[in-house]
Design a protein around this ligand. Structure first.
Ligand code: AMO
Length: 448
């Protein structure tokens, strides 16, 4: 909009006449004088109306109404200034009645304060409103910084960004947790991960990365599972296991450092402790289980995977003994991992696979892959799957695939644990789960 300035620009324009636009937050009327807060993309600014004509235009404004205002930028008197908040020392006194661009209906709940005191289902039912709350919006500022950090970490390693399909003729990770799609009358699936496509791109670019949607028909409701999540994936050619772990740890460290740095003010405001970047311990699953058994008194030796409490315990061990909020666990049982995972040549029962845990939860998985065509065919058939369903994928391996490996980070889980959120749904703009796809499924059922 022509001549419009942003609220953040007012600090350098004291005494000037200005036009600003934004959303109304909190209106306070005291008879001869009225105030409201104006929110735009850069902040929240106090607006004052002090003449009968301007006060009349403010008094009945509903919260979230979009307005255009014109007035003089003033320094707030010392008594009224609030140096703690970013624009707490300035205000605009309007010289004309407020111009309404779009009138908002009455809010279904109080949007006024800094904190929205709502239960999660309500937060999600009114998502387009609750996202306008600054504290909630900041979650997604941090998320944007994580995405940027991942991109920058992957680019620094020479990887090329790719965009891959989310409808596929085959189920990538195996298992029953797939959403079927009717594709012009043919069976297809929403991809559980960008896995197969990123691998197919290794002979093209050697190193690739992608930020992709992944769909999991999760049969249970937990605080860490979504039915649609965002994966930050990388795949690297000419790499073998220990070097792959070095790359993995470099990418996650660089991503988190970038995100933390870019979100300093937000993390400080919510008193989130800094991430501890000691040397990341690497433990085989069996070693982690020994530690848990010895130090935390739960005998988990021989279990095929880590349970949620195991992840919490080993992370607290890593922080205590290595000053690290991250820990890498390797060598999961081959049978427990997807077909493309390379078995450890020295003990094929175990695989060259890994998970990264961060502040008590798995945020990443990956592995060295089977790159030899015949071995890959054997792995597919030995799991009762048909190579026929993986024709295009196998083509890439039949005609020259180097040793390769890669990994994937769950964006929402990283966001959740960077910000100490209680539920992964809070770290997804529009979360999908067993109970919701925008609307609650129970409400959609009534409409059927
Ligand atoms: P995996 O299935 O472990 O590995 O997924 C990778 C990471 O994505 C996140 N994640 C989820 N987050 C929220 N809700 C879910 N339902 C969910 N599922 C996964 C987790 C997890 O660590 N193709 C392999 C990766 C690879 O080998 O490169 C894969 O998809 O943070």
């Amino acid at each position: 909009m022509q001549n419009r300035i942003l609220t953040s620009e007012t600090l350098n324009k004291i005494g000037e006449q200005a036009i600003l636009c934004g959303w109304i937050e909190r209106v306070r009327s005291h008879g001869k004088i009225a105030f409201f807060d104006l929110r735009d993309m850069t902040g929240v600014l106090q607006v004052v109306a002090a003449s009968p004509e301007t006060v009349a235009s403010v008094e009945n404004l509903s919260v979230q109404t979009v307005v255009k205002i014109e007035g003089i930028i003033k320094e707030r008197g010392e008594r009224y200034s609030n140096p703690i908040i970013p624009l707490g020392t300035v205000e605009v006194e309007i010289t004309k009645p407020v111009e309404i661009i779009s009138l908002a209906s009455e809010m279904p709940f109080d949007m006024g304060g800094n904190e929205l005191n709502l239960q999660l289902p309500t937060l999600l039912d009114f998502r387009t409103l609750t996202l306008r709350n600054r504290k909630i919006a900041n979650i997604f500022k941090v998320q944007a910084a994580i995405l940027k950090g991942f991109r920058s970490a992957a680019e620094n390693l020479g990887a090329t960004e790719i965009v891959v399909p989310t409808i596929s003729a085959s189920a990538t990770e195996g298992g029953a947790e797939v959403f079927p799609v009717n594709y012009y009358g043919y069976p297809a699936y929403l991809t559980q991960s960008p896995q197969l496509y990123k691998q197919m791109m290794v002979p093209v670019f050697e190193r690739v990365y992608t930020i992709a949607h992944a769909y999991r028909a999760e049969p249970s409701v937990t605080t860490r599972h979504l039915s649609e999540n965002t994966q930050m994936d990388m795949e690297v050619g000419f790499v073998e296991f220990p070097e792959l772990l070095d790359i993995l740890e470099q990418v996650i460290t660089d991503t988190l450092k970038f995100a933390q740095d870019a979100s300093k003010d937000i993390l400080h405001e919510y008193q989130i402790p800094e991430i501890s970047f000691g040397k990341i311990p690497r433990l085989k699953l069996s070693e982690a289980q020994e530690i848990i058994t010895k130090e935390y008194g739960r005998d988990v030796r021989g279990e095929k995977d880590m349970g949620p409490q195991d992840e919490v315990d080993i992370c607290s061990w890593a922080l205590k003994n290595h000053g690290s909020d991250l820990v890498t666990i390797t060598h999961f049982p081959t049978k427990k991992r997807a077909f493309y995972t390379m078995p450890d040549p020295t003990n094929p029962e175990l695989s060259l696979s890994f998970d990264v845990l961060f502040r008590g939860v798995e945020i990443s998985s990956g592995s060295q892959r089977i790159h030899e065509y015949q071995k890959l065919m054997d792995a597919i058939t030995s799991r009762g799957m048909s190579p026929e369903n993986f024709k295009l994928y196998l083509q890439a391996f039949e005609y020259g695939m180097p040793q390769e490996g890669g990994f994937s980070f769950g964006l929402e889980r990283i966001t959740m644990h960077m910000l100490n959120l209680a539920n992964v749904r809070e770290a997804s703009l529009f979360p999908r789960d067993m109970e919701r796809i925008d609307e609650r499924l129970s409400i959609l059922a009534q409409k059927k």
